[in-house]
Every structure is written in C-alpha cells, then in structure tokens.
Design a protein around this ligand. Structure first.
Ligand code: EPU
Length: 293
C-alpha cells in the first residue's frame, strides 16, 4: 500500500500538536505534491481508511489512543511560496508556516495581515478556520484555492469558499493545497510601521494569553458574547481535571500543565460547556478539532 510515498506506521501524534497530547496514527503519510496526495486519497478510499489532515497541530486535540486510518502531513511542494513583482499577489502552499506568511505580508505592506498576526499553525488551517480578528480575516484576501479530493483536483473561487467568522464552506473531502492571495492596497513602504504594530499586538497577546501548552481558544465566541467571559463568569478559572486546567490568564484556554491526557482535556472542556449552558443557556461550540473520541 502507498507505494513510492513516505509513510510511517503507528507514528505518535503528540509531537505534532501544540498541546503535546495524542496517541499514534495507524498510518502517517508525507505526500510531496498534488499527484502523490491524490493517489494517497484514492488508496485510502479503496481500503475504507478514514482520512485525517494534520496541519500545524495548533488547534487540535488527539485522543490518547490515537486514530485508526490515514493521517496526512503535507510536505514538499505544499510548503512553497511565490510573490508577484507587483507585491500584491502571493501564491502559497497550505503547508507553509502561517506566521511566516504573516511576516511576509507585513513586509510587503499588506496592512490587513495585522488582523491575523500572532495566529500559529500552517496556511491550510488558517484558511479552513478563516483565521483573523476584527482587524481582518485571511478569507478577505483569498481569490482562489487549489484542492484535491479522491475524485480529482479542483479549483475553488472565493465565492465557493463561504468565508465567515471562524467558518468556511470547503467541500468536506477536499484537501487544500495552494492559495492565491490578492491585496490591491499592498504598500511596501509601510513595512516598518506594520512590523512595529504587529510587535505591539504580540505584546498585548502575550499578556492576555497563557504561556503554557494549549490549543488556543477552545470554543468559538458565541454571537454577541465571548467564550472566555462566559467561562470566567461561571467562576471556572483555575478549575482542574488531572493535568488539564482552565487558564487563570484566559478562561477560553485549557492548558496542559505537563501530564494532561486527552480525556482530561475533553472532560474539562465539556464541564465548562455544561456550566455555561446551565448558567446562561448558551451552548458553546468547539473551535478546537477533536480526533479519535
Ligand atoms: N474575557 C474575560 N475573561 C477571560 C478572557 C476574556 O472576561 O478569561 C473577556 C475580555 O475581557 C474581552 C473579551 O472576553 O472583553 C474578549 O477576550 P479577548 O480580547 O481575549 O478575545 P477573544 O475573543 O477571547 C479572540 C480569538 C483569539 C484571538 C484574539 C485576539 C476567538 C474564539 N478567539 O479571542 O483567537 O487571538 O481574539 O484578538 O475568536 C484562537 O482562535 O485560537 C485564538 C486564540
């Protein structure tokens, strides 16, 4: 199976996640281009193997028992980037580092990138989650995305991707490969100013987000409110289950204090979700993806 493609069996996933939690993948594959990816997807389908896509692992909770199926980690071509001479177009692979892309955008004078500066992970995850803040979301500059499904390669236009707050509408079985970004207001002369603003934002974030291992915001903000505010209002800051703890710094972050298991992380998040529902009647929706539960 998977001939000619780099594949590991029973590979531990914990090192690939920011939480440093998670058991083994039955198969962990490293396709280098869209053709290898397509053949992997087709073989996995033929063998009825569930497919999981591993990105930067910054928004992911993997169960302690790991996952059965094929986990894909994009490499090679998927980690490339190109810039147009006019500086207003970027073509970027989805396995390229999102913080590196952000830095590049700021250097090219893309002011909108301040909106997602500080977001970790890879470009693919940032696209899927429409990473961003009130200052701007990545979806605003995406013109098209190349993707692969078991049925073949496709190109999605901006309108087909349904960008909204922490939401997109990519076809369920599509693996994003490369994005074309366009920002007509690019102004390289703003480089110094934008880098200074980004470093100021990073300082604020350092003060308002915990330093311990986490998967970022556990829940999406519900319309008109904040998950962090609601969880804090339930008096849950500092609550622990085993090694998992609701951060004292930001209540929407559940941190791994060292030896937390995936089960403890999940139990604590479900506890917070239930308490918020009981007290406010608001059902918090997960932002973090959960595998193998
Ligand atoms: N708040 C509390 N208690 C807390 C945390 C927050 O009362 O423990 C209140 C704050 O005082 C503030 C409000 O909730 O009034 C919002 O908090 P914050 O400014 O920290 O922003 P957020 O909405 O919690 C969002 C993103 C973060 C992103 C920041 C930066 C979501 C779910 N989270 O957080 O994204 O870094 O804005 O602007 O949209 C992520 O998605 O993983 C993530 C970290």
């Amino acid at each position: 199976m998977f001939e000619g493609i780099e594949v590991q069996e029973q590979a531990l996933l914990a090192p690939y996640t920011t939480l440093h939690i998670g058991g083994p993948a039955q198969y962990l594959a490293f396709p280098k281009n869209q053709d290898e990816l397509l053949s992997l997807l087709q073989e996995a389908n033929a063998h009825h193997l569930p497919i999981y896509l591993l990105g930067g692992g910054s928004n992911l909770l993997v169960n302690d028992d790991g996952v059965q199926g094929l986990v894909i980690y994009l490499a090679g071509d998927f980690a490339q980037v190109e810039i147009s001479d006019s500086k207003d177009h970027i073509w970027v692979g989805t396995a390229f580092s999102f913080p590196k892309l952000t830095r590049l955008c700021l250097e090219l004078g893309w002011e909108i990138a301040l909106g997602w500066s500080g977001v970790p992970g890879l470009v693919g995850g940032a696209l899927k989650m429409n990473a961003g803040t009130r200052l701007g979301e990545i979806g605003e500059v995406v013109c098209q995305v190349e993707a692969v499904t078991p049925a073949g390669k496709l190109i999605l236009s901006h309108d087909q991707m349904g960008f909204a707050y922490r939401h997109t509408a990519f076809p369920k079985d599509a693996i994003l490969c490369r994005a074309e970004l366009y920002y007509p207001q690019a102004n390289p002369q703003k480089k110094a100013e934008l880098l200074a603003k980004a470093s100021q934002l990073a300082k604020t974030r350092k003060a308002t987000q915990p330093k311990q291992r986490s998967a970022g915001s556990m829940f999406k903000n519900p319309p008109g409110d904040y998950a962090g505010r609601l969880i804090e209002a339930c008096g849950l800051k500092g609550t622990q289950i085993g090694g998992a703890c609701i951060s004292q710094v930001h209540a929407n972050f559940i941190v791994n204090q060292g030896q937390a298991t995936a089960k403890e992380m999940l139990a604590l998040s479900e506890f917070a979700q239930k308490r918020v529902y009981d007290q406010f009647g608001i059902e918090l929706e997960y932002e973090v993806r959960r595998w193998g539960f």
